[in-house]
Design a binder for this molecule. Structure first.
Ligand SMILES: *[C@@H]1O[C@H](CO)[C@@H](O)[C@H](O)[C@H]1NC(C)=O
Ligand SMILES: *[C@@H]1O[C@H](CO)[C@@H](O)[C@H](O)[C@H]1NC(C)=O
Ligand SMILES: *[C@@H]1O[C@H](CO)[C@@H](O)[C@H](O)[C@H]1NC(C)=O
Ligand SMILES: *[C@@H]1O[C@H](CO)[C@@H](O)[C@H](O)[C@H]1NC(C)=O
Ligand SMILES: *[C@@H]1O[C@H](CO)[C@@H](O)[C@H](O)[C@H]1NC(C)=O
Ligand SMILES: [Cu+2]
Length: 353
């Protein structure tokens, strides 16, 4: 089964232009830096995440035995589309809507009154364990995993543009609100992460365990610094922007991939990484940088895309256009890329601080 051909349903005949005007910036919901939230606001977000774990799944249990609750619906959906939504033309559009759907579930199903916060990468690239996001306190998203040498990232798997060192954890999350956060699926063998790959047949099996982390600053110190983010924002076309954010060459890491690999453990599994709640604040930051970049020259940048619907953009794979259809399985109906290009029109009305 080739995911690409499923995703790229030809909907060209029904192509709709951008609809309506943008919501006013002052009316837009504001997504904030985790560090700028009050303790109460952080705890409200943490509680809402736990609420999704107490909310029943909407996926059929017989087909998805590893999906135990509403949170897992998001994990399974991400696993399902992994091979077309990374290092491809769909990373930014697909994850924008995925993150928004998650935010909406927190609000509509768990009464969360805030917006999804973001992990402001450049602020803590010297010491992640000293950051309000990952210091392991009760108002953080928990910190590193226990030191467990057997679970360290394999150093030879390092991308060429990062001088990798061993991580500082490797085991289950040690402390804080997500110490007992369940892991119900995955991880998935890296050999399945390839262009035109197929999912392993048992990918939705129930594999209970913990969420592991293995902080590895080498990634964050090369691809997530203030200078790196500034350089990314300085680019003037999406081809150059994506070289910083998400290069499709498998031997390079961009800011997106380095955030995943810098936290390590579960976040280092491209399939089931949403099992770590850090996934969502990381992707909020990915979306933030894209949104800010678009807004710097909105007329020219809103519709810029580059890449295909297949992981690593293999030659001849379908090119992503505004008419490309994207799917989120059971979470929402299909959408064309054109519907997600603006954070302030259509269903969306949010901005970043
Ligand atoms: C990082 O910060 C933590 C918490 O403040 C501290 O315990 C640790 O020693 C720091 N690590 C380094 C390498 O500075
Ligand atoms: C953090 O939360 C735990 C579990 O609710 C509690 O036992 C502990 O006292 C809290 N620590 C602080 C510093 O508030
Ligand atoms: C970004 O562009 C500004 C203005 O052209 C320049 O001053 C700055 O050095 C650039 N930053 C990076 C990291 O390229
Ligand atoms: C992305 O942009 C590059 C540089 O302009 C171009 O060579 C390539 O064909 C584009 N990729 C797709 C899938 O359109
Ligand atoms: C996985 O993708 C297929 C093909 O698009 C879709 O039919 C199915 O509902 C998806 N399942 C999940 C869990 O997203
Ligand atoms: Cu992803």
């Amino acid at each position: 089964m080739r995911l690409g051909s499923l995703l790229v349903t030809a909907l060209v005949a029904f192509a709709a232009p951008h609809s309506g005007s943008r919501c006013r910036s002052e009316d837009a919901a504001v997504r904030r830096d985790w560090g700028d939230l009050s303790a109460d606001q952080r705890i409200e977000f943490i509680d809402a995440l736990w609420c999704l774990r107490r909310t029943p799944s909407t996926l059929p249990h017989d087909q998805f035995p590893g999906v135990r609750d509403r949170y897992d619906d998001f994990v399974a959906t991400h696993i399902n589309y992994t091979l077309s939504i990374h290092s491809s033309g769909l990373l930014l559009p697909w994850h924008r809507h995925f993150t928004w759907l998650f935010e909406k579930a927190l609000q509509d199903e768990c009464g969360y009154t805030g917006s999804i916060p973001y992990w402001n990468w450049p602020l803590f690239t010297t010491n992640l364990s000293a950051s309000p996001v990952f210091d392991g306190s009760n108002t953080s998203l928990s910190g590193d995993g226990y030191l467990d040498h057997s679970n360290h990232k394999a150093v030879p798997a390092c991308p060429r543009n990062v001088a990798c060192r061993q991580g500082t954890g490797g085991g289950c999350i040690m402390a804080g609100p997500f110490q007992d956060w369940p892991k119900n699926m995955g991880p998935v063998d890296r050999k399945y992460y390839q262009s035109y790959g197929t999912l392993p047949p048992d990918v939705f099996a129930y594999t209970p365990g913990c969420v592991k982390r293995d902080f590895s600053l080498a990634y964050l110190q090369t691809q997530n610094t203030a200078a790196f983010v500034d350089a990314m924002l300085n680019t003037t076309n999406i081809v150059d922007f994506l070289q910083y954010m998400d290069p499709s060459e498998s031997y390079l890491s961009g800011a997106h991939g380095s955030g995943h690999r810098g936290l390590g453990g579960m976040m280092d599994d491209p399939f089931s990484s949403p099992q770590d709640p850090a996934f969502f604040v990381h992707h909020s930051m990915v979306d933030r940088v894209w949104t800010i970049w678009q807004d710097k020259d909105f007329v020219n940048r809103r519709d810029q895309l580059n890449g295909t619907t297949i992981l690593f953009d293999p030659p001849g794979s379908p090119v992503v256009t505004l008419d490309t259809a994207m799917e989120w399985g059971y979470l929402d109906g299909p959408k064309r890329v054109v519907e997600v290009m603006d954070s302030r029109s259509g269903e969306y009305c949010y901005r970043y601080e």
